[in-house]
Design a protein around this ligand. Sequence first.
Ligand code: COA
Length: 329
Amino acid sequence: MALGGVKIVGVGHHAPAHVVANSDLEQWLDTSDEWITARTGMKRRHWAAAGESTSDLALVAANQALEYAGLQATDIDCFIVCTVTPDYYFPATACLVAARLGAKDRPAFDISIACSGFIYGLTAASGLIRSGVYQRIMLIGAETLSKILNKDDRSTAILFGDGAGAVILEAAQENSFLSSELGSDASRPELLYVEAGGSRHPIDRAALDERLNLVQMQGREIFKTAVIKMIEATAKALEKAALSKSDITLLIPHQANKRIIDAAAHYLEMPGDKVVTNIHEYGNTSAASIPIALSETVRAGKIQPGNVIVFVAFGGGLSWGAVTWRWAA
Ligand code: COA
């Protein structure tokens, strides 16, 4: 079967109004602005207000993307939300977003693969369009990680933030999707997980007392694997697309830690001005981080037709992935 092309025609992003600076965290955690800045590159993060949910953030980003593309919600054939902080176990957050946009009859589903969500989503959505199943897909990465953070744990509370980024993918003559490399290894899920709340460990009194319904992470272990897997995934995605490092115009990495980004950029021989970072403003917003960074970069006019972009991420699972993308007019 001959595959068609796909391109991005709309982008949007949104973060909650409430900003939590490093100095705010100092008020109740044994930490400092100096430590957080030096070890992570983060200065601020946005945390949702009580009652503000993932679909609330996704909705704003989606409306922005529709406006950018000059489209109505009813022009979209399918909605996908990548998230590990859905509004509910079910229905899927994508169903809520579609209904709230006024496209309630459309297919809609979520992808749950933590910080790699947008890379998996971009691969799946591009495949659905290139194989002719859908003409237009709204792909959103949206998270309210502040709702599942243990705010008393300085090793995780400082790292994560809330936000949403949306892209609209459309069938096209030219093809932007060049290659994808995805992977996972859950031999040690406890490296980064929420232990209680699923079928293995339903929430009970003891789980709540021990805060097992909140994020737990072994950061140092993850750091090493993150650097290795992001480099490996990028190298394999470049090889699949018959590209070399020097062909990359822009690297848009998941924003987990500035030191992880710097290590990957160093291997790829990418100077700082070719690496998109907004970690100082948002912290780690998991599946939302890459689409937020993409939307900011596109809206700032920093991407031109023909530019080759590498999106690369790493996260809970463990999971990882990279996509190479040629920006279309
Ligand atoms: N403020 C001050 N000190 C802190 C701290 C904080 N917020 N968090 C940890 N520390 C302390 C530790 O207790 C430790 O103290 P010790 O030496 O007395 O034992 C010291 O700082 C060093 O801790 P370590 O965990 O080795 O720091 P690190 O340089 O690895 O940085 C992370 C910690 C979490 C920032 C880093 O490991 C990381 O980013 N890992 C990847 C996490 C990630 O990306 N997760 C999401 C995947 S998408």
